[in-house]
Write a protein that binds this ligand. Sequence first.
Ligand code: ADP
Length: 483
Amino acid sequence: MNILLSSAELDHFAKVGGLADISSALAIEWEKLGHNPIVVLPKYQCIDHLEEIEFTDTGLLFTICSLPIRIFKSVIPHTRIPVFLVECDSLYNRPGIYGNPDGYEDNDLRFFVLCKAAFEIMIALNIKIDIVSAHDYHTALLLPLLKLEYGMNPLFQHTKGVLTIHNAQYQGFYEINRVSTFTQWDLYSKDIQSPFLFDNKFNALYTGINFADAIIAVSPGYANEILTHEFGEGLHDVFQQHKHKLHGILNGVNYDSWNPENDKYISEHFSLQDRNGKQKGKLKLLTSKIGMIEPEALPLFGIVSRFTSQKGFDIFHGCIEQLLEEKKLHLIVLGSGDVQYEVYFTHLEETFPNHCSFTSGYDEVLAHEILAYSDFFLMPSVFEPCGLTQLYALKYGTIPIVRKVGGLKDTIENVQMMNGTGNGITFSAFNSDSLLTSIQIALEYYEHSDIMNTIIRNAMKSNFPIGNTANDYISLFKELLTH
Ligand code: ADP
């Protein structure tokens, strides 16, 4: 099967969050299963500076939306999976991926050009495509392009289009006049509801939903939740309308990258049988981040996150301060994003320098260290389509404390002391009291090494391989191609 995958992020090349991890892990697994994934990504400025990534000029030149485009080629490291990099300096040669904090004003055009380039590359190289795999609103416009324009080409005559929704909160509201100018699509349908406009706005995600042959939500829990007013981000009725083509497929982990026995980013390795390395790593991390020579025997709580209201940090007020004040725990935080959370965690670090550390920014090494060496991992999300960090934490015996939503609900089972089951601590109500209670339960468990050993063992044995995810995608693709 030839699978054209285009996404705004790809691990090793350009990453902000879990979208990058999954895009590249899926491609790798599909190749292992004998398929041919072909990836198309913008040639962002950051890619020029990556030591690990080499690319060559393919000589392919296009003009898309009157812009000159040049195509380079690379591979996902340690694989033969082609990654075509779309160079267009006026669109992509700038800092970051999306542009912070609100996104670049021309993201509509930036991602539309990416989608068109993906098809043009396949035509130039004469590659027949079975499946177009679009990810989130950024590349959702691959699907109308397939149905309205490129489907006439013999290379795409039998192609099916699949939209994976990693986060329905981001929808791509574009200005109608701009979009109609550069797409040349007739956005207003006379007799039927416009497949492009939702609430009188051009909505890229909504458009993708309408033109997709199938929609995948990144966990079964989230697939159910987006049908509801609470989690549908305004599109719940639309999801209801398209329920027949909506599937929930749980994301998974690339355990070649996230494994305590051979993680290349951490210095102290460990396993289920021998966890000494975890203890040593924790002491090193505490010493380097909190600056303590002999850290007290307190539990270490970790956070690695994008900073957005989705991640639930608003309920920290009135909970974490109290615990830090009482010297009940150490907290090490890594994250970046909304300024209000950067200010909040900076304040926590300044107020409790011996117990709290905050690192602002993106840091792959520190992310692995926090996930590997903490005792507990905090994820009190308002909503969570799947969440990957809780899955990574499990593998390292770092116990997730999560709110029971979306993929967190699907992957973390609350500890039941009576029968020794469970791999984490869960709570339901989104408020400081519930979080505080969960953390107090964690502190209680921490006092009892036999209980902790059981939970850690359950966590480390939890298994969510990306191979299962990739297999489920392939089964769905096959079903689409035979009908
Ligand atoms: P989301 O996709 O909503 O950001 P996930 O839990 O699915 O959340 O995935 C987050 C991914 O991004 C993980 O690989 C995590 O390690 C990584 N990550 C998030 N913030 C940072 C950061 N500040 N530095 C390094 N890695 C980060």
